[in-house]
Each structure stands twice: as C-alpha cells, then as structure tokens.
Design a protein around this ligand. Structure first.
Ligand code: NAD
Ligand code: UDP
Length: 311
C-alpha cells in the first residue's frame, strides 16, 4: 500500500480517483485549491483515516512525503480555463514544475494528466500518440493546450535530466457524476439544460465530434498505467466511440424525456472539428478496454444530476 498524492483531488475526475485509491487500501493526500473542485465531492471520504484533504495551490511549492503523485490540478472546462488564462498557464507550467521537484526529492513516480487538446484541431483522425498536433499557440484555448504541452515537456526533461519517474496520459473527453452543473462542458450542460426544460445550447450545427469516456473507465486506465512498467507515455486514454454534438443532444433528450428545444449558438474560436483517440497503445500496454457505453454512462450521469436537483 502506498501514500499517494492526488492534486486536483476535489475535482470531478480527482474525486473518483481518490475514492478508488482509498478502496484499494492506499493512503491518499487529496490536494486542491477549490478553484473548480468542491469539498462536497470528497465529503464522503473525510471520515476515512487514510484520507487527508489539503487546501493548497500547486503554483506554490509544497513539502510532502509521498510515493506516487497523480497531477490532475488544472481547470478542464474551456469556460473555466479561459476565465483566467494566466492562472491556467501558471498551473500547468509552474504547478507541474513544483510537483516534479517534489517527485525528484521524494523519488515518487508522477503521473501527469495531459489532454487530447495537445492535438489541437487535429488533421489526423483518429489521433495516435505519434501525431504532434495542430494547436493555435495564440488562440483562446492556448493557455490550456500550450500549458499542457509545456507540462509534458517538463515531465520528459525532468526524466532525462533528473531521472524523475514519470508517466504521461492524454485524456479524451470524460464525463460522469460529480461534474459541476455550472462547469460549462457539453455533457453536463446538455443534461442540466434538459432536466430544467431550458434550451439545449448547441454550438454551430453540432456536426463536430467528440469521443466520450465514462469516468470509471478512465480511472481504471490511470491506475493501471501508473502501476505499469517499461513505458513513460504519452498514452491516450478515453473511449473510441465517436459522436457528433447533435447526436449527443438527441440522446440526452431521449434519455431525460425532456421537451427542451435545441438552439444553435455561434461556434467558439478554435473549437476542434473532430476528435477520437487511437487506443492501440493503451490496449497493448495495459489491456485498456473502456467498458461503459455512452447510453449507459449518460443514464448514470442523468441520475446523478436528478439527485443533485432533488436535494
Ligand atoms: P475539474 O475542473 O473538475 O478538476 C480540476 C481540479 O483541479 C479542481 O478540483 C480544481 O479546483 C483543481 N485545481 C485547479 N487549479 C489548481 C491549482 N492551481 N492548485 C490546486 N488545485 C487546482 O476537471 P476534471 O475534469 O476533473 O479534470 C482533471 C484533470 O484531467 C485536469 O488536469 C484536466 O486537464 C485533465 N483532463 C480532463 C478531461 C476531462 O474530460 N474531464 C480531459 C482531458 C484532460
Ligand atoms: N458544446 C456545445 N454546447 C455547450 C457546450 C459545449 O455545443 O453548451 C460543444 C463545444 O463547442 C465542443 C463540444 O461541445 O464542440 C465539446 O465541448 P466541451 O466544452 O465539453 O469540451 P472540449 O472538447 O471542447 O474541450
């Protein structure tokens, strides 16, 4: 059993990861500045003797004794990461540097949560890890995309220069319970709008595609890759089913039985047109196979938002 630091642990993905690590018998230090995360996401873990919650911003260094680090701290929704782009860039660059320093001092292995956004608006489909991407370095998404690219660079340089034990994963759109209803990402937006009977805000004509992964499938892949040997990554994790945003809207309307109308909004700048992971490497390295189909994952997520609404 290990002592594991999860930064961004009170966020959507982080809270599921903390929960799973506690279940597996580890001691978990959950660190968060509560920028987009919430204490309520981990409230059910606070009574566990092997769980600790630390309020801290990774932009500042921190001294802790740990054996593994999952670095998830960073707002993930375009709305949130664009609200304060300089803070977003600092989180990815200065924050990751601080955690790599912590890994160097303690000898801990660090897993960096990178993103499919490193591929930008991809010209290769589906995206394999070897594709170097098509990112606009001065656009409104760059604070996140370029920040995450720089964080990958830092991981590999700390590995080459200081032999820090690193793992890099590139996460594709993940959804599930504990997404913040005001998060702004497409799955939570559509479900919340449908349940409230509000208009479904579809950007553009909805023909852009995404591949949606249920959170427990991602967490399984993260833990398996963290504990695997012989490959530092980067490795894609997600689900390789591909859906248009319009298909997602229709499915949410069907599953909620909502009478909401779909209305078109202007397409945001630099919004990727197509996205789908090539999962060959993850399959080969860790036998990765996402198990939850979109319909089933959406049902679970809709139930979560219904419970939240009713409470
Ligand atoms: P989230 O916004 O719910 O979680 C991020 C967490 O990090 C929040 O709890 C937030 O308060 C915390 N945080 C932000 N800046 C911080 C800082 N400077 N110091 C300490 N804590 C800070 O988002 P999520 O979906 O759970 O994403 C988790 C990680 O996975 C992020 O790094 C994100 O970039 C990555 N990722 C997620 C997705 C996805 O679809 N969910 C896709 C690609 C990558
Ligand atoms: N989107 C949408 N309506 C919304 C929120 C998002 O049509 O209310 C679209 C967005 O323009 C993008 C896709 O859904 O094409 C996925 O957006 P999200 O913010 O979830 O993540 P992204 O993959 O763009 O980072």
């Amino acid at each position: 059993m290990k002592t594991v630091l999860v930064t961004g642990g009170a966020g959507f993905v982080g809270s599921h990861l903390c929960e799973r690590l506690i279940k597996d018998g580890h001691t978990v230090l959950c660190l968060d500045n509560f920028h987009t995360g919430r204490k309520s996401n981990v409230a059910h873990l606070l009574g566990e003797s092997r769980f600790e919650l630390i309020r801290h911003d990774i932009i500042e260094p921190i001294r802790l004794e740990v054996e593994q680090i999952y670095n998830l701290a960073c707002p993930a929704s375009p709305e949130h990461y664009q609200a304060n782009p300089i803070q977003t860039m600092k989180t990815s660059v200065l924050g990751t540097m601080n955690l790599l320093g912590l890994a160097k001092r303690t000898g801990a292995r660090l897993l960096q949560a990178s993103t499919s956004e490193v591929y930008g608006d991809p010209e290769v489909h589906p995206q394999p890890e070897s594709y170097r991407g098509n990112v606009n370095p001065i656009g409104i998404r760059a604070c996140y995309d370029e920040g995450k690219r720089a964080a990958e660079t830092l991981c590999f340089d700390y590995n080459r220069f200081h032999e820090v034990d690193i793992k890099v994963i590139r996460i594709f759109n993940t959804y599930g319970p504990r997404m913040d209803p005001a998060d702004g990402r497409v799955v939570s937006n559509f479900i919340v709008q449908a349940l409230r009977g509000n208009d479904i805000t579809m950007n553009g004509d909805g023909s852009q595609t995404r591949s949606f992964c249920y959170v427990t499938d991602l967490v399984q892949g993260m833990i398996d890759f963290m504990n695997s040997e012989n490959h530092k990554g980067p490795v894609n994790l997600g689900n390789d089913g591909e859906f248009t945003v319009k298909q997602l809207a229709d499915l949410v309307l069907e599953l909620t039985g909502s009478k909401s109308r779909i209305v078109q909004k202007p397409m945001p700048l630099d919004d990727p047109t197509r996205r789908k992971p090539d999962l060959t490497l993850a399959r080969t390295l860790i036998g990765y196979k996402p198990a939850v189909p979109l319909r089933e994952g959406l049902e679970k997520t809709i139930n979560y938002f219904k419970t939240l609404r009713d409470s």
